[in-house]
Design a protein. Sequence first.
Length: 155
Amino acid sequence: MSDDEVPDADEILAELGFDASANVLTRRQAEVLALRERGIAQAAIAERLGTSRANVSSVESSARENVARARETVAFAEALHAPVRVRLDAGTDLYDVPNTVYSACDEAGVKVSHTAPELMKLVSDEAGDAVRGREVTRDLTVGVTSEGTLRVRTR
């Protein structure tokens, strides 16, 4: 891909409303992610930005780490405000989770708009490797916001 075929990162960031003063990403990290998410190769980005492919790789890696940390921070902040927090100990059967969550939500007057299978899948997906098959393998906390949004955190 030639330098002329690489989209203009500044235009992408302006279109998306990127504000470096309110963001956990540096402008360079945002530029690299914006181009990578559009399928542009690191070598082409390096050429456009006047740097090495190794530098682009490093910037991308740091940017993705910052995004993961920001997501974790948001999940933590939501957990602080969640009126419902359910502890799931390692060894819990995933099939027991919906009733446990529903009971805690009923006590707090919070409505959960997920069926039992949806709730199990959501917990399993968000827990990652902390759930294998039907078993919770690491202690988890399921937080439910007053709007019924579920967040799963490992303890």
